[in-house]
Design a protein around this ligand. Structure first.
Ligand SMILES: [Zn+2]
Length: 63
């Protein structure tokens, strides 16, 4: 299955790939966050409870 991701609008080099997450009740949340594949760019966008927030660092969280 071939999928195409949207190009990153910031660096125009990387692509935005979706990350999934799991909700509190165990239901999966598809495409909760999108991150640029270009590590030098670091653009990211996340969706929390219907609100979109951009530019927050998505780290490899130590949690
Ligand atoms: Zn980018």
């Amino acid at each position: 299955m071939e999928m195409e991701w949207p190009k990153c609008l910031k660096c125009e080099i990387g692509e935005l790939v979706p990350l999934s997450d799991y909700g509190r009740e165990g239901s999966s949340i598809m495409y909760k966050a999108w991150v640029c594949t270009n590590p030098e760019c670091g653009y990211n966008l996340r969706i929390d409870n219907g609100e979109i927030s951009m530019g927050r660092t998505i780290g490899l969280s130590g949690k």
